[in-house]
Design a binder for this molecule. Structure first.
Ligand SMILES: [Zn+2]
Length: 231
């Protein structure tokens, strides 16, 4: 074996983690049931329904455009918001709420929650939840972690912050009509569709894809709504 070959063999990335790396804190003071639900796809309602969700707002540029598209299509949605933008744009948060949409928690900023200590994350989630509640008068019950990344400590933190459900997704609109077509190719009542209305995650192509998708869903007999009540 050459020297270079030996070096390559010993430089392999070690992906092993200790079994106790990132385990949940012990809920040792809890005496009643403690749980957080994780949802990829909601239960199919009686009528054909697609649940639309938007991450990374509020944005004074993109969120009003999304609200306009939803209004034109008689649709509602769930918006998972970041505290750093909620603080800067409380008027946009209020606009989303008044238009009848649900608001959930996406975190303080867009940090991967699995890199945050459980107590610190619980504080961030509580603060974001309170920021939304102080504007809308409604306390969010749902959270979506950035990148959809979560582990047991993240679930523990969500519970500590009073959240009941972590929502991932079963479909996504993507940034083109071709990608939005993939939603139509896999129609399923109760589907949860991921889209974006903030940060660098959204652009005109994604809004065009949503504008195109919503009437198509309607034509196929689907109504488009926020996540179901009681979640
Ligand atoms: Zn995000």
């Amino acid at each position: 074996m050459t020297a270079a070959g030996t070096a390559a063999a010993t430089d392999e990335v070690v992906t092993y983690r200790s079994p106790t790396y990132r385990v949940s804190p012990m809920p040792d003071t809890v005496t009643s049931p403690m749980s957080v639900r994780v949802t990829w796809h909601a239960e199919a309602p009686a009528a054909q329904t697609a649940h639309l969700t938007f991450d990374d707002g509020p944005s004074p540029v993109w969120t009003p455009k999304v609200l306009d598209i939803l209004h034109r299509n008689d649709a509602t949605a769930t918006f998972f918001m970041l505290d750093e933008f909620i603080k800067g744009h409380p008027d946009v948060v209020a606009q989303v709420h008044v238009a009848g949409h649900e608001i959930g928690v996406h975190g303080g900023d867009h940090t991967d929650m699995t890199t945050l200590e459980p107590d610190a994350l619980a504080k961030v989630l509580s603060e974001t939840r309170e920021a939304i509640t102080s504007i809308t008068g409604v306390a969010p019950t749902r959270m979506r972690p950035p990148y959809g990344r979560l582990d047991a400590p993240v679930l523990w933190s969500a519970h500590q912050a009073g959240l009941e459900e972590v929502v991932l997704w079963s479909h996504r609109t993507g940034g083109s009509r071709q990608e939005a077509q993939s939603v139509l190719d896999r129609l399923s009542s109760g589907m949860v569709i991921l889209s974006h209305d903030g940060r660098s995650s959204v652009n005109d192509a994604e809004l065009d894809a949503i504008s195109w998708l919503l009437p198509q869903l309607r034509a196929k007999g689907f109504s488009v709504t926020r996540l179901p009540l009681g979640g």
